[in-house]
Design a protein around this ligand. Structure first.
Ligand code: UDP
Length: 326
């Protein structure tokens, strides 16, 4: 297949490009490099440009040989979405709408969308399945849910098939050591802990130890980046085969508290580091764990990295072999 990866220079997109290319697909990356890295696109063709730019999109779609589009080019910082919602509605909603309409103009009708656990808002129960009510509590979550709603309507009206994958906590790095997480600024727990473990950061701050969880710190469901990408590939094949849209929650179904993640990182790295307790971060639910039974059933998806220790190990290798050397 020929697949356009929008945001293929970012963390998840770059791993997806590699996986699809290795499986024999023809891949094109479109990325404006606002957050991505040109050198993270190691396979296929690269186009520098914006997903909101019709001229760029028409030029890519014109030859008429693209089978599917995967979209990873969303802004992802919850806090920033609260202080600057305009930025989030412009990129995550308006630009995605532009991309979808460009696909329709060129009769491309298969779309895989990076969605998020944030569309569910404060959990009413855990683990969270696809039926859980969707009430985001921040503009980031709203922007992703809006696209899911647009996609429902585009399926009905235009036959544009979509699969929305709601990620819980994507983590880890390419086990070959070629790719990994490189966010600037970094806000995610595991890379920040590993910066402390390698000595690039003075300490790790725990945002709140008074949550209603076993040790008072927030519980999250960490899923390895390769397992996440594998679910995209399986979802794409099923969507095309069945000519049907779908929505799946993706996680390992197992929760780890911030303290547990820190302990695992100490074990994996063999290094001790300072841990400090800070006030809660706004908008953090106490527990977010996925019920991914539907993806397992329908896609026959089986995560390979079921152990958090193994996920953290790939991220640690990336931290010491790549990030620490920059
Ligand atoms: N967290 C923390 N210290 C940090 C970064 C994150 O205690 O320096 C906590 C955060 O409050 C949340 C969990 O770690 O409970 C995972 O946060 P992350 O930003 O990695 O992912 P999120 O769950 O927000 O998508």
């Amino acid at each position: 297949m020929k697949i356009l990866i929008v945001g293929g220079a970012g963390y998840i997109g770059s791993h997806m490009v590699k996986q699809l290319a290795k499986a024999g697909n023809d891949v094109i990356t479109l990325d404006n490099l606002s957050y991505g890295y040109r050198d993270a696109v190691k396979y296929g063709e690269f186009v520098e440009g914006d997903l909101g730019d019709n001229e760029v999109l028409d030029a890519i779609f014109q030859p008429g040989d693209i089978d599917a589009v995967m979209h990873f080019a969303g802004f992802i910082q919850v806090g920033e979405s609260v202080t600057n919602p305009s930025m989030y509605y412009l990129n995550n909603v308006v630009n995605t709408h532009t991309l979808l309409d460009a696909m329709l103009r060129h009769n491309i009708k298969n779309f895989i969308f990076s969605s998020t656990a944030a569309i569910f808002g404060e959990p009413e129960y855990t683990p969270i399945d696809e039926k859980h009510q969707k009430q985001p509590i921040n503009p980031y979550g709203h922007s992703k849910l809006m696209i899911e709603q647009i996609l429902d309507d585009y399926d009905t009206a235009y036959g544009l098939r979509s699969t929305c994958l709601r990620y819980f906590n994507a983590a880890g790095a390419d086990p070959d050591g070629e790719l990994g997480e490189r966010h600037v600024p970094e806000t995610h727990l595991i890379p920040l802990i590993l910066q402390a473990a390698s000595g690039r950061r003075a300490d790790i701050k725990i945002f709140g130890d008074d949550y209603p969880t076993q040790d008072g710190t927030c519980v999250r469901d960490y899923i390895h980046i390769n397992d996440l990408c594998e679910a995209h590939s399986l979802a794409l094949h099923r969507m095309i085969e069945k000519d049907q849209s779908a929505r799946y929650n993706l996680g390992n179904g197992k929760g780890f508290s911030v303290t547990e993640v820190i302990d695992i990182a100490k074990e994996v790295s063999g290094n001790d580091f300072k841990v400090t307790i800070e006030p809660r971060r706004d908008g953090d639910p106490a527990v977010l764990v996925a019920d991914a039974s539907l993806a397992k059933q329908e896609l026959n998806w089986q995560p390979e990295f079921a152990e958090l220790k193994d996920i953290v190990k790939t991220a640690w290798d990336w931290e010491i072999n790549f990030l620490s050397k920059q």
